[in-house]
Ligand binder design. Structure first.
Ligand code: ACM
Length: 382
């Protein structure tokens, strides 16, 4: 057998975002195992090179360099926080590699050496904003972690709120690795200003702390939800159902999606990693991006990043969320936006569902909210 293709997996198993990044690692490994069981790609197996960069941008950069420097891997997969992607990209560019990035992010970026498979703001922020304005109101309170994604994501959400004639009542940032007491100021501000929606860009471990503090303060999530693009099944797994209830998010994938592709992925993941394992959108993107990369390698007959990228432009894949493909103009992915709310059992229920995939538009987030169709499921809070 020929030597294997080597895929560098940069997924933190320790640090503040370990919970969600571990799901990205697991989903990448699941895809690699399935491909290898089917004989590999172009007659060669795939060997995962697994790193733990500990949710730390410097360690991400050091490990990316170690992978790329000696030609150990030319294709890298992973990064959750935008700070880590931004630390890795200059290295990937200088070594002419290719990073597959499976996480929603703030947009306004293009690298020839990056394939973005998570949602851009026109594929999640806009749909979430539109649902929240209709179901709850337009007076928002922002709470976020102190790094680049929350500032930029809040800037985009604030623009959408202003377009709709609403208001941002306050904007508070907590440390990336917070203590429970770090949320007290936000809780006092929410009690004082009485917003319609709390928009959280808190990531990782702080998410459950924030929900716990919000629940203990006695806010009614039916009338005042926490909405967030960074609170998925992985973060919810660390909350009690009472603290999770009422939370609203937008993502292309939820673990409750009907249909054989989604159900098959969730059951294969849980058979491999545990019956109760959370399976968020971040994991689904990690899974399908490995499948897309393998398809492109198969077509190119090479893992040369430039050839893989050229082949990717012609590839489609029936992902658990629906058929996906990369937009050759901007290296982002056509995705299927959805909005969901957590019920009293801590399970997501769809409240809005796009009927068609949405073209990624990382630089044009100022487009208005008008013109979005009233698709499929669109339910007010119970
Ligand atoms: C993120 O930092 N892109 C969630």
């Amino acid at each position: 057998m020929n030597p294997p293709w080597r895929f560098g997996l940069l997924c933190s198993q320790t640090g503040v975002t370990a919970r969600v990044e571990t799901t990205q690692l697991n989903a990448s490994l699941l895809a690699i195992e399935q491909l290898n069981q089917a004989g590999g790609v172009a007659g060669r197996l795939i060997e995962p090179l697994v790193c733990d960069p500990a949710s730390n941008p410097k360690q991400f950069a050091a490990m990316a360099e170690r992978l790329l420097n000696h030609g150990r891997a030319r294709l890298l997969f992973g990064c959750y926080m935008s700070s880590t992607r931004k630390a890795v990209l200059p290295l990937v560019e200088s070594y002419r590699g290719l990073l597959f990035y499976p996480t929603l992010y703030e947009g306004f970026e293009y690298s020839k050496h990056c394939i973005y498979t998570g949602a851009a703001p026109n594929q999640n922020s806009m749909q979430l904003a539109r649902y929240l304005f209709g179901a709850y109101g337009r007076r928002f309170f922002f709470v976020g972690s102190n790094y680049v994604y929350p500032y930029e994501s809040n800037r985009i959400m604030a623009e959408l709120i202003r377009q709709a004639g609403g208001a941002v009542l306050d904007e508070i940032y907590v440390p990336l690795a917070p203590q429970p007491g770090d949320f007290e100021k936000a809780i006092r501000g929410i009690a004082r200003t009485k917003p319609d929606v709390v928009f959280s860009t808190v990531v990782g471990e702080g998410t459950a702390m924030f929900h716990d503090a919000f629940h203990k303060a006695g806010f009614d999530p039916v009338r005042l939800p926490i909405a967030s693009l960074t609170t998925g099944e992985a973060e919810v797994a660390d909350m009690t159902p009472e603290a999770a209830c009422g939370h609203v998010t937008a993502a292309p994938f939820f673990d409750i999606l009907p249909g054989p592709a989604a159900a098959g992925f969730v059951s294969a993941y849980r058979a491999r990693f545990g019956a109760d394992a959370p399976v968020p959108a971040a994991a689904e993107a990690a899974y399908f991006q490995v499948m897309l990369a393998a398809k492109a390698i198969g077509q190119a007959g090479s893992d040369d990043p430039a050839l893989v990228q050229a082949a990717l432009a012609e590839c489609e894949y029936d992902a658990p969320q629906g058929r996906v493909r990369i937009d050759r103009d901007n290296n982002h992915t056509y995705l299927w936006p959805r909005v969901a709310r957590l019920n009293a059992a801590g399970r997501f229920e769809l409240v809005w569902n796009a009927r068609t995939p949405v073209k990624p538009d990382p630089y044009r987030v100022t487009q208005t909210l008008d013109g979005w169709p009233d698709d499929a499921v669109h339910q007010p809070p119970a």
